[in-house]
Design a protein around this ligand. Structure first.
Ligand SMILES: [Zn+2]
Length: 443
């Protein structure tokens, strides 16, 4: 399949720099769209709330398939929890806000994942008891519902909330409680993805493990904890239909996916669907391992997929969905220095199911509406494309087939999907966009 040159705009907001740029090497060639200056990006983001396009997107029913609980809580809630829990750092809102909100990193030349992750030291420190976890899960659903997100998959790593002695079951049950309460109050359907961690993270359960087994290495502890989390996920999936998936999160570089293949084999045998953070900090080989060793149903980020044409074709043919997080990628990926560098539209035009997601609503200072708005502005997408992307998300939802009542949950998810399909007039939208791409690629 030929690679299409992105459509250009006759818009003075855009600076044309080249027709064809090879990006970051690799075996596949990526054609870049027209480049928008940094000041123009800042300008349109500052004024987005007044833009009719933003208001149109806000009104659409939406979904978010990739949203971290500990990266998506409210700043006001963090401040409130800090006051109640009296931790060992100063309670200064401007300082805390500077640490936990990292949207300015998108304009920095040197990206620092370490700096971005500092935010999570603060957020996870205030989420070490049942009430806090239930509260932030509830509030996250409320915030998403306010921007008309009708389906959301929340993800988090339970081991990171064990510093004060909570069990994995207590941790996950608290989050589920918040989600269930929110579903009764707001017009939203939710699912929970439980994350294993790729790298060793000092936390209650890990520290205890190494105290008991002092000759174990951090790597051995990580593998053991990933298996524990996998077993916990399957057990929780049997008890609650909201548990819809298992994920591998954390430091991708130096921690290959196949190291955790036994944990994922366990989850696969437990009939819990799998999604994996891959191809964000490491090349396409990381995505390849996630598909071939971890048997994932979706990929989180996948920014380096385009570098392996065979794998790209596999994604196209198998309709493997990708969870795209534009702002977050721009804030942390060193080889994405502008939104236009992102291969998102390349994937979209190659008919890969691309769902636009937030990743971390607080840390990246974003919402689903904002992410879709950025996609529309930067990649020149019309409303048909926006609706197509939204339906990609609804079609890529994970579901629990284990729990005895899961058939009811699956049916209500199907009902929601069909309702949204009608609201978006999806069959017509799909035909129009498919015809457009067919004509392009037949040239
Ligand atoms: Zn993520």
């Amino acid at each position: 399949m030929d690679i299409e040159i992105y459509q250009r705009r006759n818009n003075s907001d855009y600076i044309e720099i080249s027709q064809k740029n090879k990006v970051r090497g690799g075996s596949a060639e990526l054609i870049m769209p027209v480049i928008m200056s940094e000041s123009k990006i800042k300008e349109f983001l500052n004024k987005m709330h007044e833009d009719p396009l933003y208001k149109q997107i806000l009104a659409l029913p939406k979904n978010d398939l990739h949203c971290h609980l500990d990266g998506s809580l409210r700043l006001s809630t963090i401040m409130d929890l800090i006051r109640k829990q009296e931790p060992a750092y100063p309670i200064d809102e401007s300082k805390i806000s500077g640490i936990v909100i990292k949207d300015d990193m998108m304009f920095q030349k040197e990206k620092s994942l370490v700096e971005y992750l500092r935010a999570f030291d603060i957020t996870s420190s205030v989420l070490q008891d049942c009430d806090s976890l239930e509260r932030v899960a509830y509030e996250l659903c409320e915030d998403a519902s306010k921007e008309n997100v009708r389906y959301m998959e929340i993800r988090f790593a339970p081991i990171l909330h064990t510093n004060k002695g909570m069990s994995l079951e207590d941790v996950t049950t608290s989050v589920l409680k918040g989600m269930e309460k929110a579903e009764k109050t707001f017009d939203i359907v939710t699912g929970l993805i439980i994350c294993g961690m790729r790298h060793y993270v000092p936390c209650g359960i890990a520290d205890n493990l190494l105290k008991s087994l002092p000759y174990s290495t951090h790597k051995e502890a990580s593998i053991y904890l990933a298996m524990q989390t996998a077993q916990h996920t399957v057990e929780m999936a049997k008890q609650n239909h909201h548990v819809v998936g298992f994920d591998l999160a954390g430091g991708e570089d130096g921690n290959p996916a196949k190291t955790y293949k036994k944990a994922f084999y366990y989850v696969t045998n437990g009939y819990v669907p799998i999604t994996v953070h891959a191809g964000e900090a490491v090349g396409a080989e990381s995505i390849e391992e996630s598909v071939n060793y971890l048997h994932c149903k979706r990929i989180g980020h996948g920014t380096n997929l385009y570098k392996n044409k065979l794998l790209l074709t596999y994604f196209m043919n198998e309709r493997i969905p990708m969870e795209i997080c534009l702002s977050s990628n721009l804030q942390t990926c060193s080889d994405i220095t502008r939104f236009e560098d992102h291969p998102f539209k390349y994937y979209l035009e190659h008919r890969i199911r691309t769902a636009i997601c937030t990743d971390n609503r607080l840390v990246s200072n974003t919402t689903v509406t904002k992410e879709l708005y950025i996609a529309a502005k930067v990649f020149n997408l019309d409303m048909d494309h926006i609706k197509l992307i939204i339906m990609h998300g609804f079609n890529a939802a994970l579901y629990n087939s284990y729990y005895p009542e899961s058939q009811n949950a699956y049916n209500s998810l199907r009902k929601l999907r069909n309702k949204v399909e009608k609201e978006l007039n999806y069959p017509d939208v799909k035909t129009k966009v498919t015809d457009e791409y067919s004509k392009k690629y037949q040239k």
